[in-house]
Design a protein around this ligand. Structure first.
Ligand code: GLV
Ligand code: MG
Length: 347
């Protein structure tokens, strides 16, 4: 294990010093676009008004013969567009692919100062993060990049889930993690053909009724265990957790339910793959107005955060004060970017 005194030292002479705390940013929507498409590149300036993060996807869903065009298209957009306070991320190809090394070298060389976060797919353990960490430091130093590029891991292999805590602790560059339900299903040998969401056969059957009437089947959340492990690994290490892709673009209700479970369990945002998922994500990952108003009442009733009070018949104490703070702090962040929601929250 590395000496803790060295944890925050740059890994290359001339590389920027690693951050001790993550930048506070609203990241409800990580919107994926295929950068090889000229039509999609032309939409980027208007897209960044609608989303919190724009991500140029180079990995899965980009055909093998378009990988280089996608990388070049991403670099073109990164250099040309002013992203303001919208985050710019890319998902590079997997570390064992023929494209990953050139993805990282070319993007950081050409647009390292524009890139906030590098998303690394199929992370299996801390060794994958150490490799990217070192490579990024060398490239940052060589190209005089001023702020450290952060790393976001996709949790999408059985081994990655097993090592989730070690991945979270692997580098001060770690920004967070997203659940990758499609690859994870395959890696685990789950018997599904979906990208996220529930499954009608995964659930529990209520006990038989005495009158022999039909028994109720309660569908369960396939992703509960993994999201919970990811949230614990991230939050206990100061990182952020995210839901990943939801592939059924026709089922907005199921998409919303999946996003909401992740939000309630501690996730701060989600990927959006289709424009219609953007509003769903913004809606779900902004706290509900009633919750914010109630949380504000808790904070007002307990100005120093200690003791116990009753509000509408519900007991409040130091612990509910902390829950209320989570909601109010998030609402304040949302209000800065989204004045309409901010007004509804009373900020
Ligand atoms: C995302 O990359 C997934 O595999 O679900
Ligand atoms: Mg995947």
């Amino acid at each position: 294990m590395k000496n803790p005194l060295n944890f925050y030292k740059p890994l290359a002479v001339g590389a920027p010093t690693p951050l001790r705390e993550l930048p506070v940013r609203l990241e409800r929507t990580i919107h994926f676009f295929p950068p090889q498409s000229e039509k999609m590149r032309a939409k980027v300036p208007s897209m960044i008004q609608q989303v919190d993060v724009l991500l140029g996807n180079l990995e899965d869903a980009i055909p093998a013969d378009a990988k280089e065009a996608a990388r070049a298209g991403f670099i073109e957009v990164a250099k040309a567009v002013d992203f303001g306070d919208t985050g710019l991320w890319t998902r590079v190809n997997a570390l064992n692919s023929p494209w990953c090394l050139d993805d990282i070298i070319q993007i950081v060389s050409a647009a390292g100062d524009k890139l906030d976060v590098l998303m690394v797919p199929k992370v299996e353990g801390p060794w994958d993060i150490h490799y990217v960490d070192q490579l990024l430091a060398q490239l940052e130093a060589a190209h005089h990049v001023k702020k450290p590029i952060l790393i976001h891991a996709i949790l999408e292999t059985a081994q990655g889930v097993k090592n989730v805590n070690e991945i979270a602790q692997a580098s001060p560059r770690m920004h967070g993690m997203s659940l990758g339900p499609a690859d994870l299903s395959a890696s685990r040998g789950m018997k599904t053909t979906r990208v996220g969401g529930g499954h009608p056969f995964y659930g529990v059957l209520a006990d038989a009724n005495e009158d022999g009437s039909e028994r109720t089947f309660f569908q369960q959340d396939l992703w509960h265990y993994t999201v919970a492990r990811m949230v614990d690994a991230c939050m206990s290490n100061g990182l952020k957790a995210f839901y990943g892709p939801f592939g059924d673009f026709e089922d907005n209700d199921a998409c919303k339910a999946q996003f909401r479970n992740a939000f309630l369990q501690g996730c701060l945002g989600t990927w959006t793959l289709h424009p219609k998922q953007i509003e769903i994500a913004k809606d779900v990952f902004s706290p509900e107005v009633d919750e914010v108003l109630f949380a504000k009442r808790i904070l007002e009733a307990m100005p120093d955060g200690s003791g116990a009070v009753m509000i509408d018949g519900k007991m409040q104490d130091d612990a509910t004060w902390k829950q209320a703070s989570v909601i109010v702090n998030l609402a304040k962040l949302v209000a800065k970017k989204d004045p309409e929601r901010g007004a509804a929250y009373g900020f």
